[in-house]
Design a protein around this ligand. Structure first.
Ligand SMILES: [Zn+2]
Length: 436
Protein backbone atom coordinates (compact mmCIF):
# COMPACT_ATOMS: atom_id res chain seq x y z
CA UNK A 1 0.00 0.00 0.00
CA UNK A 2 1.36 3.39 -1.05
CA UNK A 3 -0.08 6.61 0.32
CA UNK A 4 0.66 10.14 -0.82
CA UNK A 5 0.05 12.91 1.70
CA UNK A 6 -0.02 15.79 -0.75
CA UNK A 7 1.03 19.37 -0.14
CA UNK A 8 1.10 19.42 3.67
CA UNK A 9 2.75 21.96 5.93
CA UNK A 10 5.35 19.55 7.35
CA UNK A 11 6.96 19.95 10.77
CA UNK A 12 9.47 17.09 10.49
CA UNK A 13 11.21 17.65 13.88
CA UNK A 14 14.60 17.17 12.22
CA UNK A 15 15.97 20.57 13.21
CA UNK A 16 14.86 23.52 15.26
CA UNK A 17 12.49 25.92 13.56
CA UNK A 18 12.38 23.95 10.31
CA UNK A 19 9.10 23.43 8.48
CA UNK A 20 8.33 23.05 4.79
CA UNK A 21 5.46 22.72 2.36
CA UNK A 22 5.90 19.19 0.98
CA UNK A 23 4.44 15.85 -0.01
CA UNK A 24 5.02 12.77 2.11
CA UNK A 25 5.14 9.36 0.47
CA UNK A 26 4.36 6.29 2.55
CA UNK A 27 5.37 2.92 1.15
CA UNK A 28 4.11 0.10 3.35
CA UNK A 29 5.24 0.80 6.89
CA UNK A 30 7.85 3.41 6.04
CA UNK A 31 8.20 6.98 4.87
CA UNK A 32 9.51 6.84 1.29
CA UNK A 33 10.20 10.58 1.00
CA UNK A 34 9.40 14.01 2.37
CA UNK A 35 9.63 16.50 -0.50
CA UNK A 36 8.09 16.58 -3.93
CA UNK A 37 6.52 13.41 -5.29
CA UNK A 38 7.83 12.39 -8.70
CA UNK A 39 6.16 10.20 -11.30
CA UNK A 40 7.92 7.05 -10.10
CA UNK A 41 5.83 7.06 -6.91
CA UNK A 42 2.46 5.60 -7.85
CA UNK A 43 0.18 5.93 -4.80
CA UNK A 44 -2.84 3.74 -4.11
CA UNK A 45 -4.30 6.54 -2.01
CA UNK A 46 -3.87 10.32 -2.10
CA UNK A 47 -4.75 12.59 0.80
CA UNK A 48 -5.12 16.28 -0.03
CA UNK A 49 -3.24 17.75 2.92
CA UNK A 50 -3.17 21.36 1.72
CA UNK A 51 -5.04 22.45 4.86
CA UNK A 52 -3.21 20.02 7.17
CA UNK A 53 -0.04 20.21 9.22
CA UNK A 54 1.89 16.92 9.22
CA UNK A 55 4.15 16.05 12.13
CA UNK A 56 5.48 12.95 13.88
CA UNK A 57 2.82 11.16 15.92
CA UNK A 58 3.26 11.79 19.65
CA UNK A 59 4.94 9.60 22.28
CA UNK A 60 3.33 9.42 25.72
CA UNK A 61 6.38 8.34 27.72
CA UNK A 62 4.67 7.60 31.04
CA UNK A 63 1.10 6.48 31.48
CA UNK A 64 -1.17 3.89 33.01
CA UNK A 65 -3.73 3.35 30.26
CA UNK A 66 -6.09 1.36 32.44
CA UNK A 67 -6.43 4.02 35.13
CA UNK A 68 -9.00 5.66 32.87
CA UNK A 69 -11.56 3.56 34.72
CA UNK A 70 -10.86 5.68 37.83
CA UNK A 71 -11.14 8.97 35.97
CA UNK A 72 -12.68 11.72 38.14
CA UNK A 73 -12.87 9.28 41.04
CA UNK A 74 -11.59 10.37 44.47
CA UNK A 75 -10.19 13.56 43.05
CA UNK A 76 -8.66 16.36 45.03
CA UNK A 77 -7.15 14.29 47.79
CA UNK A 78 -4.62 16.44 49.64
CA UNK A 79 -1.55 14.37 48.75
CA UNK A 80 -0.32 11.58 46.48
CA UNK A 81 -0.16 9.20 49.45
CA UNK A 82 -3.77 9.86 50.48
CA UNK A 83 -4.91 9.51 46.88
CA UNK A 84 -3.04 6.20 46.48
CA UNK A 85 -4.70 4.95 49.67
CA UNK A 86 -8.04 5.31 47.83
CA UNK A 87 -6.82 3.96 44.50
CA UNK A 88 -4.81 0.85 45.52
CA UNK A 89 -7.82 -1.03 47.02
CA UNK A 90 -9.81 -0.47 43.81
CA UNK A 91 -6.89 -1.64 41.67
CA UNK A 92 -6.85 -4.87 43.67
CA UNK A 93 -10.37 -5.56 42.38
CA UNK A 94 -9.51 -5.22 38.67
CA UNK A 95 -9.27 -8.44 36.68
CA UNK A 96 -7.88 -9.14 33.22
CA UNK A 97 -11.20 -8.35 31.54
CA UNK A 98 -11.40 -4.97 33.26
CA UNK A 99 -7.86 -4.18 32.14
CA UNK A 100 -8.69 -5.16 28.56
CA UNK A 101 -11.69 -2.78 28.45
CA UNK A 102 -9.80 -0.04 30.26
CA UNK A 103 -6.79 -0.38 27.95
CA UNK A 104 -9.04 -0.08 24.89
CA UNK A 105 -10.47 3.11 26.38
CA UNK A 106 -6.99 4.51 26.97
CA UNK A 107 -5.85 3.55 23.48
CA UNK A 108 -8.89 5.19 21.92
CA UNK A 109 -8.19 8.39 23.83
CA UNK A 110 -4.52 8.21 22.83
CA UNK A 111 -5.35 7.87 19.14
CA UNK A 112 -7.76 10.79 19.40
CA UNK A 113 -4.94 13.00 20.69
CA UNK A 114 -2.41 11.93 18.04
CA UNK A 115 -0.44 9.42 20.12
CA UNK A 116 0.88 6.23 18.52
CA UNK A 117 3.38 5.21 21.22
CA UNK A 118 2.92 4.81 24.97
CA UNK A 119 5.12 3.64 27.82
CA UNK A 120 2.62 1.90 30.07
CA UNK A 121 3.00 0.59 33.60
CA UNK A 122 0.21 -1.50 35.15
CA UNK A 123 -1.05 -4.96 36.07
CA UNK A 124 -2.45 -7.71 33.83
CA UNK A 125 -0.14 -6.51 31.06
CA UNK A 126 -1.28 -9.27 28.69
CA UNK A 127 -4.69 -7.59 28.47
CA UNK A 128 -3.03 -4.28 27.62
CA UNK A 129 -0.82 -6.00 25.03
CA UNK A 130 -3.91 -7.52 23.40
CA UNK A 131 -5.59 -4.10 23.26
CA UNK A 132 -2.44 -2.49 21.83
CA UNK A 133 -2.40 -4.97 18.97
CA UNK A 134 -6.12 -4.40 18.34
CA UNK A 135 -5.85 -0.60 18.47
CA UNK A 136 -2.86 -0.51 16.14
CA UNK A 137 -0.58 1.67 18.28
CA UNK A 138 2.75 0.71 19.84
CA UNK A 139 3.83 0.35 23.43
CA UNK A 140 6.63 -0.29 25.80
CA UNK A 141 4.73 -2.36 28.33
CA UNK A 142 6.12 -2.40 31.85
CA UNK A 143 6.23 -5.72 33.63
CA UNK A 144 5.36 -4.22 36.97
CA UNK A 145 7.15 -5.12 40.18
CA UNK A 146 5.38 -4.20 43.37
CA UNK A 147 6.07 -5.19 46.98
CA UNK A 148 8.83 -7.36 48.43
CA UNK A 149 11.13 -9.62 46.44
CA UNK A 150 8.94 -12.71 46.69
CA UNK A 151 5.80 -10.84 45.68
CA UNK A 152 7.65 -9.21 42.81
CA UNK A 153 9.17 -12.48 41.60
CA UNK A 154 5.72 -14.04 41.65
CA UNK A 155 4.29 -11.11 39.66
CA UNK A 156 7.09 -11.25 37.08
CA UNK A 157 6.75 -15.03 36.69
CA UNK A 158 3.00 -14.75 36.15
CA UNK A 159 3.35 -11.80 33.74
CA UNK A 160 6.11 -13.45 31.70
CA UNK A 161 4.00 -16.58 31.25
CA UNK A 162 0.94 -14.61 30.12
CA UNK A 163 3.00 -12.39 27.80
CA UNK A 164 4.76 -15.22 25.97
CA UNK A 165 2.45 -15.01 22.97
CA UNK A 166 3.04 -11.28 22.64
CA UNK A 167 6.81 -11.41 22.32
CA UNK A 168 8.48 -11.20 18.93
CA UNK A 169 5.55 -9.69 17.07
CA UNK A 170 6.66 -9.38 13.43
CA UNK A 171 5.87 -5.66 13.22
CA UNK A 172 7.65 -4.95 16.55
CA UNK A 173 4.92 -2.70 17.88
CA UNK A 174 5.27 -4.07 21.41
CA UNK A 175 8.37 -4.12 23.55
CA UNK A 176 8.60 -4.93 27.23
CA UNK A 177 10.42 -3.27 30.09
CA UNK A 178 10.69 -3.87 33.83
CA UNK A 179 8.85 -1.43 36.02
CA UNK A 180 9.39 -1.41 39.79
CA UNK A 181 6.59 0.90 40.92
CA UNK A 182 8.37 3.26 43.35
CA UNK A 183 10.83 3.29 46.24
CA UNK A 184 7.96 3.53 48.73
CA UNK A 185 6.32 0.32 47.44
CA UNK A 186 9.41 -1.70 46.42
CA UNK A 187 12.34 -2.45 48.75
CA UNK A 188 16.00 -2.55 47.77
CA UNK A 189 15.90 -6.25 46.82
CA UNK A 190 13.04 -5.66 44.38
CA UNK A 191 14.95 -2.86 42.65
CA UNK A 192 18.10 -4.99 42.45
CA UNK A 193 16.05 -7.80 40.92
CA UNK A 194 14.38 -5.43 38.42
CA UNK A 195 17.77 -4.00 37.46
CA UNK A 196 19.22 -7.48 36.90
CA UNK A 197 16.25 -8.41 34.73
CA UNK A 198 16.50 -5.20 32.68
CA UNK A 199 20.23 -5.69 32.22
CA UNK A 200 19.94 -9.38 31.30
CA UNK A 201 17.24 -8.66 28.71
CA UNK A 202 18.78 -5.41 27.47
CA UNK A 203 15.58 -3.49 28.17
CA UNK A 204 14.47 -0.36 30.01
CA UNK A 205 13.83 0.04 33.73
CA UNK A 206 10.78 2.29 34.18
CA UNK A 207 9.93 3.67 37.62
CA UNK A 208 8.31 6.56 39.50
CA UNK A 209 10.95 8.66 41.21
CA UNK A 210 11.20 11.72 43.42
CA UNK A 211 7.58 12.62 42.83
CA UNK A 212 6.77 14.34 46.13
CA UNK A 213 8.56 16.05 48.99
CA UNK A 214 7.29 13.32 51.31
CA UNK A 215 8.97 10.66 49.15
CA UNK A 216 12.24 12.59 49.42
CA UNK A 217 11.92 13.13 53.18
CA UNK A 218 11.04 9.47 53.82
CA UNK A 219 13.91 8.38 51.58
CA UNK A 220 16.38 10.48 53.57
CA UNK A 221 15.09 9.20 56.91
CA UNK A 222 14.88 5.53 55.78
CA UNK A 223 17.83 5.17 53.41
CA UNK A 224 19.95 8.17 54.41
CA UNK A 225 19.77 9.45 50.85
CA UNK A 226 17.53 11.26 48.39
CA UNK A 227 15.63 8.89 46.02
CA UNK A 228 17.80 9.07 42.90
CA UNK A 229 21.04 9.00 44.93
CA UNK A 230 19.72 5.98 46.79
CA UNK A 231 18.91 4.00 43.62
CA UNK A 232 22.20 5.07 42.10
CA UNK A 233 24.09 3.89 45.19
CA UNK A 234 22.34 0.52 44.88
CA UNK A 235 23.66 0.34 41.31
CA UNK A 236 20.11 0.11 39.99
CA UNK A 237 20.36 2.96 37.47
CA UNK A 238 23.64 2.12 35.76
CA UNK A 239 24.40 -0.15 32.74
CA UNK A 240 20.81 0.12 31.53
CA UNK A 241 18.41 2.59 29.98
CA UNK A 242 16.01 4.09 32.51
CA UNK A 243 12.74 5.96 32.33
CA UNK A 244 12.27 8.06 35.46
CA UNK A 245 8.75 9.44 35.84
CA UNK A 246 8.17 12.76 37.62
CA UNK A 247 11.57 13.69 39.19
CA UNK A 248 9.98 16.81 40.64
CA UNK A 249 12.35 17.15 43.58
CA UNK A 250 15.85 16.34 42.36
CA UNK A 251 18.88 17.85 44.09
CA UNK A 252 21.79 19.40 42.21
CA UNK A 253 23.93 16.40 43.23
CA UNK A 254 21.35 14.10 41.64
CA UNK A 255 21.50 16.09 38.40
CA UNK A 256 25.25 15.46 38.32
CA UNK A 257 24.66 11.71 38.84
CA UNK A 258 22.21 11.75 35.92
CA UNK A 259 24.91 13.00 33.56
CA UNK A 260 26.61 9.60 33.54
CA UNK A 261 23.41 7.61 33.12
CA UNK A 262 21.37 6.60 30.09
CA UNK A 263 18.28 8.07 31.72
CA UNK A 264 15.24 10.04 30.59
CA UNK A 265 13.13 12.06 32.98
CA UNK A 266 9.47 11.94 32.06
CA UNK A 267 7.73 15.22 32.81
CA UNK A 268 4.10 14.83 33.90
CA UNK A 269 3.00 18.41 34.55
CA UNK A 270 -0.77 17.77 34.84
CA UNK A 271 -0.38 14.99 37.37
CA UNK A 272 2.31 16.85 39.31
CA UNK A 273 0.10 19.89 39.70
CA UNK A 274 -3.20 18.10 40.26
CA UNK A 275 -1.73 15.92 43.02
CA UNK A 276 0.04 18.99 44.46
CA UNK A 277 3.36 17.17 44.05
CA UNK A 278 5.21 20.25 42.79
CA UNK A 279 6.78 21.71 39.65
CA UNK A 280 9.74 20.03 37.97
CA UNK A 281 12.45 22.50 36.81
CA UNK A 282 12.54 21.27 33.22
CA UNK A 283 14.64 24.09 31.74
CA UNK A 284 17.26 23.39 34.41
CA UNK A 285 17.27 19.69 33.50
CA UNK A 286 17.77 20.57 29.84
CA UNK A 287 20.59 22.97 30.69
CA UNK A 288 22.30 20.12 32.53
CA UNK A 289 22.05 17.98 29.41
CA UNK A 290 19.44 15.66 30.90
CA UNK A 291 17.03 14.17 28.41
CA UNK A 292 13.37 14.93 29.12
CA UNK A 293 10.29 13.30 27.58
CA UNK A 294 6.62 14.03 28.24
CA UNK A 295 3.83 11.89 29.66
CA UNK A 296 0.27 12.23 30.88
CA UNK A 297 0.56 9.76 33.77
CA UNK A 298 -2.73 7.89 34.31
CA UNK A 299 -6.09 9.45 33.54
CA UNK A 300 -7.09 9.33 37.19
CA UNK A 301 -4.42 11.86 38.15
CA UNK A 302 -4.67 14.09 35.07
CA UNK A 303 -7.68 13.45 34.20
CA UNK A 304 -7.15 12.64 30.53
CA UNK A 305 -4.52 11.27 28.15
CA UNK A 306 -4.43 14.37 25.98
CA UNK A 307 -0.83 14.99 24.91
CA UNK A 308 -1.69 18.33 23.27
CA UNK A 309 -2.98 19.55 26.60
CA UNK A 310 0.14 18.16 28.26
CA UNK A 311 2.35 20.08 25.83
CA UNK A 312 0.32 23.22 26.50
CA UNK A 313 0.61 22.90 30.28
CA UNK A 314 4.33 22.04 30.08
CA UNK A 315 4.85 25.15 27.94
CA UNK A 316 2.91 27.45 30.26
CA UNK A 317 4.59 26.17 33.42
CA UNK A 318 7.92 26.35 31.63
CA UNK A 319 7.37 30.09 31.09
CA UNK A 320 6.79 30.93 34.76
CA UNK A 321 8.72 28.33 36.74
CA UNK A 322 12.23 29.23 35.66
CA UNK A 323 14.71 28.62 38.49
CA UNK A 324 17.64 29.25 36.15
CA UNK A 325 15.95 32.18 34.37
CA UNK A 326 15.49 30.34 31.10
CA UNK A 327 12.12 29.60 29.62
CA UNK A 328 11.05 26.48 27.76
CA UNK A 329 10.60 27.02 24.04
CA UNK A 330 7.84 25.48 21.89
CA UNK A 331 10.45 23.43 20.01
CA UNK A 332 11.82 21.99 23.26
CA UNK A 333 8.34 20.94 24.35
CA UNK A 334 7.54 19.45 20.93
CA UNK A 335 10.84 17.54 21.08
CA UNK A 336 9.87 16.13 24.47
CA UNK A 337 6.65 14.76 22.95
CA UNK A 338 8.29 13.34 19.81
CA UNK A 339 12.05 12.85 19.33
CA UNK A 340 12.95 12.65 23.03
CA UNK A 341 10.12 10.24 23.75
CA UNK A 342 11.28 8.03 20.88
CA UNK A 343 14.87 8.11 22.16
CA UNK A 344 13.74 7.36 25.71
CA UNK A 345 12.22 4.10 24.43
CA UNK A 346 15.15 3.22 22.19
CA UNK A 347 13.01 3.88 19.11
CA UNK A 348 14.82 6.95 17.74
CA UNK A 349 15.90 5.15 14.56
CA UNK A 350 12.28 4.20 13.83
CA UNK A 351 9.96 7.02 14.97
CA UNK A 352 9.91 10.62 16.24
CA UNK A 353 10.94 12.40 13.00
CA UNK A 354 9.48 12.62 9.52
CA UNK A 355 12.30 11.50 7.22
CA UNK A 356 12.74 8.94 4.49
CA UNK A 357 13.36 5.51 5.97
CA UNK A 358 11.57 6.19 9.27
CA UNK A 359 8.44 4.23 10.11
CA UNK A 360 5.36 6.18 9.11
CA UNK A 361 3.91 7.36 12.44
CA UNK A 362 2.35 10.60 11.26
CA UNK A 363 -0.38 12.84 12.54
CA UNK A 364 -2.30 15.24 10.32
CA UNK A 365 -3.67 18.26 12.10
CA UNK A 366 -6.53 20.24 10.58
CA UNK A 367 -5.47 23.88 10.29
CA UNK A 368 -8.90 25.13 9.25
CA UNK A 369 -9.74 26.21 12.78
CA UNK A 370 -10.41 29.66 14.19
CA UNK A 371 -7.86 29.14 16.98
CA UNK A 372 -5.16 28.27 14.40
CA UNK A 373 -5.87 31.25 12.12
CA UNK A 374 -3.67 32.96 11.09
CA UNK A 375 -1.05 30.34 11.77
CA UNK A 376 2.09 32.49 11.80
CA UNK A 377 4.50 30.26 13.75
CA UNK A 378 3.58 26.53 13.49
CA UNK A 379 5.72 25.58 16.51
CA UNK A 380 3.99 28.11 18.75
CA UNK A 381 0.62 27.11 17.33
CA UNK A 382 1.20 23.44 18.18
CA UNK A 383 1.96 23.99 21.87
CA UNK A 384 -0.07 27.11 22.69
CA UNK A 385 -3.16 26.91 20.49
CA UNK A 386 -3.73 23.46 18.99
CA UNK A 387 -6.25 21.08 20.51
CA UNK A 388 -6.23 17.29 20.47
CA UNK A 389 -9.51 17.49 18.58
CA UNK A 390 -7.64 19.16 15.69
CA UNK A 391 -5.93 15.82 14.94
CA UNK A 392 -7.82 14.66 11.85
CA UNK A 393 -5.85 11.63 10.69
CA UNK A 394 -3.31 9.36 12.37
CA UNK A 395 -0.95 6.75 10.91
CA UNK A 396 1.08 4.17 12.81
CA UNK A 397 3.57 2.17 10.73
CA UNK A 398 1.80 3.40 7.61
CA UNK A 399 -1.56 2.07 8.76
CA UNK A 400 -4.35 4.59 9.10
CA UNK A 401 -5.76 4.38 12.65
CA UNK A 402 -8.03 7.43 12.43
CA UNK A 403 -9.45 9.36 9.50
CA UNK A 404 -11.60 12.48 9.77
CA UNK A 405 -11.66 11.83 13.55
CA UNK A 406 -13.17 8.35 13.09
CA UNK A 407 -11.14 5.57 14.64
CA UNK A 408 -10.74 2.70 12.20
CA UNK A 409 -9.32 0.04 14.51
CA UNK A 410 -11.70 0.09 17.49
CA UNK A 411 -15.49 0.38 17.72
CA UNK A 412 -15.83 3.62 19.62
CA UNK A 413 -19.40 3.00 20.87
CA UNK A 414 -18.49 -0.44 22.23
CA UNK A 415 -15.33 0.83 23.93
CA UNK A 416 -17.30 3.48 25.83
CA UNK A 417 -20.15 1.11 26.70
CA UNK A 418 -17.76 -1.60 27.93
CA UNK A 419 -15.78 0.86 30.05
CA UNK A 420 -18.93 2.16 31.72
CA UNK A 421 -20.39 -1.28 32.45
CA UNK A 422 -17.04 -2.59 33.61
CA UNK A 423 -16.57 0.28 36.06
CA UNK A 424 -20.13 -0.24 37.39
CA UNK A 425 -19.19 -3.87 38.07
CA UNK A 426 -16.00 -2.85 39.83
CA UNK A 427 -17.96 -0.50 42.10
CA UNK A 428 -20.46 -3.28 42.82
CA UNK A 429 -17.57 -5.59 43.75
CA UNK A 430 -16.21 -2.89 46.04
CA UNK A 431 -19.58 -2.48 47.76
CA UNK A 432 -19.79 -6.28 48.11
CA UNK A 433 -16.37 -6.36 49.78
CA UNK A 434 -17.32 -3.57 52.18
CA UNK A 435 -20.59 -5.27 53.09
CA UNK A 436 -19.11 -8.77 53.29
ZN1 LIG B 1 2.61 7.14 37.06
Amino acid sequence: MKTLIANALVVPMTKEGYSLRADIGIDGKHIAFVGRADASFQPDRVIDASSFLAMPALVNAHTHLSMGLMRNYKDDMPTLQEWLAEIFPVEDLLDERDILFASRLGIMESIQSGVTTVADMYFNQHSTAKAILEGGIRASIGITLFGDLNQSKERVKKSEALLKGFRNQPDRRIQFDYAPHAIYTCPEETYRYAHALAKDHGVILHTHLSETRKEVEDSISTFGDTPLSYLSRLGCLGDIKTLLAHCVHLTDEELIILKDLDATIVHNPSSNTKLSSGLAPISKFLEHGVQVALGTDGASSNNNLNMFEEMHIASLIGRVYTPTNTKLTPYQVLSMATTNGAKALGLEARIGRLEAGMEADILLLDLKKSHLTPLNDPFSALVYAAQASDVDTLFCQGRMLMQKRKILTLREEDVLKDANSCWAEVLARKRGEQNG
